[in-house]
Design a protein around this ligand. Structure first.
Ligand code: PNS
Length: 170
């Protein structure tokens, strides 16, 4: 693919974003320079767990964090990612890779998604300063009283603080 073709490409960056972290935002910003259009797609009802933040909260947090990136928009989807990327006529799925252990599951997922949709997955290496940052570790540390201010964008921290206050008052 030439650079011109990449710039004409619509890419989808899927995830739970429960909550978005600085690692996610780093991938979003870097991917936005690679592709003409980037859809940040929040999966609704992921199989693995109930999200801590509602879909509306996650959409609002991401929209605020991505507001300054002109070619990024935030959407959500339910069901198979392969069906969603086909419906969106996207050419690429974007994922971030933090550590080698991410690669094992991402490889089979990428191959499955390609076999279902003919859409390839392109990986961006997470910046090393975010290689230990995941939504689940951020949530665990924060709700046990740890400082995560350096790990999430400010709008996300404010929503997390509001959520913690709600949980403590109930
Ligand atoms: O942020 P996450 O939770 O690591 O993201 C995982 C996600 C949402 C990208 C993945 O669970 C997904 O694609 N879910 C949609 C359902 C689907 O297509 N499953 C089959 C994958 S081969």
């Amino acid at each position: 693919m030439t650079n011109g073709q990449l710039r004409a490409t619509r890419a989808v960056y899927p995830g739970s974003f429960d909550p978005p972290t600085n690692g996610h935002l780093d991938v979003i910003e870097r991917a936005s320079h690679c592709f003409g259009e980037l859809i940040v797609a929040i999966v609704v009802n992921p199989q693995k767990r109930d999200p801590m933040f509602s879909l509306e909260e996650r959409e609002a947090m991401l929209a605020q964090c991505c507001a300054s990136v002109p070619n990024v928009r935030v959407e959500n989807f339910r069901g198979l990612l392969a069906d969603y990327v086909k419906a969106k006529r996207a050419n690429v799925i974007v994922k971030g890779l933090r550590v080698v252990s991410d690669f094992e599951s991402e490889m089979s997922t990428a191959l499955m998604n390609r076999s279902l949709s003919q859409v390839d997955t392109m990986f961006l290496m997470a910046d090393q300063k975010y290689s230990f940052v995941s939504s689940s570790i951020v949530k665990e540390v924060f709700f046990l009283g740890g400082d995560v201010a350096a790990l999430v964008p400010d709008p996300v921290l404010r929503v997390m603080e509001a959520k913690r206050a709600t949980l403590h008052s109930s």
